[in-house]
Design a protein around this ligand. Structure first.
Ligand code: FAD
Length: 447
């Protein structure tokens, strides 16, 4: 006989960044013990003792940064949510003390929104009154495109802590070896730096004319590419991995590029993007731009079902547009907004619609940048983007319809980052672009 379904008033499906911040907000809004459960497939395999540990929500960005440091590396429980935004670290005990159920190592394979029922891979069922979908993204794999040899050993990806453990094990096994990083986005840039710091001989490969083309202009990329080259990282641009060679054990030995070149490799790390995990509710809920469509309170087309974090396509009020954002700041804030909205509905107290200012950051080696707003219109580079600068500080404005709509800054202080955020939010007019270029950061700090 099938076991009876477990029932919770609120269920968060997914146990990543958005889930952790939603749990904290539920607690702040007065959730009662036994009302809330987080169901997540995330688990950590200890490769030495072959044992799966359950993993409570953690700050995913740490995986490509402090987690890979050769010394004083970040390890759980050090980076559980909500430590990444300066908040309390929610250890597994925090959840049990508050009566919030963590149902981990549990993959949900079926979601029936009409029946308000979730079914796990092991056949357990869960019912709910309110559901928050927080399944995040999965990495795009080279095997998805049938790239020859993409299944060989030590061709790795990084999305969760289990991937992180595999990467650490490979780095240990291939110590001081050759690493090829496929992809020139922020994951590729951060991982290349981490491998270099760990004494690997690193080559980055990407098809675009410069790294991070979705955000970086040629002027911004000029700095980072030069900086990486000075750190000893080889950059191979304008081509991509078309196949791999392996030894008799199936361990990767080389990356074969589309342009005919061959790069020796002991480890390959692929960072070519992600896909929102919306498949479980496909056809049951309205979708837009590849995500689950929500209103400004993150409620979907199905009443009582919310989508937060990477999977949500929500109204970006500032730009009067529907957008999906795959960044940690939005994962945190959308989670808080959804929980406030749920509780507000219950109490009949209205709350304002989500009014998000896009924010994204990255750091590697000794450089760190932040970006606020929208990177559309004409870009105006300011400051000194010389890769050899001892204390690099430069940036870019984006000007559209005579207004500054986006700002990027490398090497800023806390006050300067606040200033560029203010500019991106208030969109001040620009009379003369050349004056803006000359004024540089001062334009932002004066506002
Ligand atoms: P996630 O944090 O991915 O959580 C999704 C959760 O759902 C996971 O626990 C997953 O196991 C679970 N899940 C999925 N499907 C199921 C299922 N069927 N059953 C049960 N559980 C399921 N953003 C930045 O802004 N700056 C950065 O520097 C940065 N660095 C990053 C570095 C790395 C290595 C990665 C992978 C991402 C980084 N990001 C960064 C992006 C950021 O981490 C994500 O945008 C954020 O984690 C999204 O939060 P989320 O809760 O929507 O999804």
């Amino acid at each position: 006989m099938a076991a009876e379904a477990r029932h919770f008033k609120y269920v968060i499906l997914g146990g990543g960044v958005a889930a952790g911040y939603a749990a904290r907000e539920f607690r702040e809004q007065g959730v009662k013990p036994g009302e809330l459960a987080i169901i997540s497939k995330e688990a950590l395999l200890n490769l030495t003792i072959h044992f799966f540990f359950q993993v409570a929500p953690y700050e995913r960005p740490a995986l490509s940064k402090g987690y890979l440091f050769p010394q004083n590396a970040a390890r759980l429980p050090g980076f559980h949510t909500c430590v990444g935004s300066g908040g309390e670290k929610l250890l597994p005990e925090w959840y049990s003390e508050k009566g919030i159920e963590l149902i981990l190592s549990t993959e949900i394979v079926k979601v029936d929104l009409a029946a308000k029922t979730l079914t796990s891979a092991a056949g357990a069922t869960f019912t709910y009154e309110i559901l928050l979908i927080a399944t995040g993204s999965s990495v795009i794999k080279l095997t998805d495109f049938g790239v020859q040899g993409a299944e060989y050993n030590n061709i790795l990806y990084l999305r969760d802590i289990e991937d992180g453990e595999k990467l650490l094990a490979a780095m240990q096994a291939k110590k001081d070896g050759k690493a090829v990083v496929v992809g020139g986005g922020y994951i590729g840039l951060e991982l290349s730096a981490a491998l270099k710091i760990n004494n690997f001989d690193v080559t980055m490969v990407y098809p675009e004319p410069w790294c991070m083309p979705r955000l970086f202009t040629a002027g911004i990329a000029h700095f980072y590419e030069g900086y990486y080259a000075r750190k000893g990282i080889n950059l191979v641009k304008g081509t991509y991995a078309a196949g791999f060679d392996a030894d008799e054990n199936g361990d990767v030995t080389a990356v074969k590029l589309k342009d005919g070149r061959v790069l020796e490799a002991d480890i390959v790390i692929v960072g070519v993007g992600g896909r929102p995990l919306t498949g479980l509710v496909k056809g049951q809920v309205a979708e837009e731009k590849g995500g689950i469509k929500t209103d400004g309170f993150f409620e979907t087309s199905v009443p009582g079902v919310y989508a937060i974090g990477d999977v949500a396509t929500f109204p970006m009020k500032l730009y009067n547009d529907q957008r999906r954002v795959e960044h940690v700041d939005h994962a945190r804030k959308s989670a808080e907004q959804a929980v406030r909205a749920i509780k507000a509905k219950e109490s009949g107290e209205p709350i304002p619609e989500y009014d998000y200012l896009p924010y994204f950051y990255s750091r590697s080696f000794d450089v760190a940048w932040q970006f606020y707003g929208d990177n559309v219109g004409d870009d105006v580079l300011f400051g000194d983007n010389d890769p050899a600068a001892t204390q690099p500080k430069f940036g870019s404005y984006w000007v559209k319809d005579g207004k500054v709509v986006g700002v990027f800054l490398e090497g800023g202080s806390a006050d300067e980052y606040q200033a560029i955020a203010r500019v991106a939010r208030t969109q001040p007019p620009v009379v003369d672009v050349e004056v803006l270029r000359k004024d540089g950061l001062e334009f932002a700090t004066k506002i």
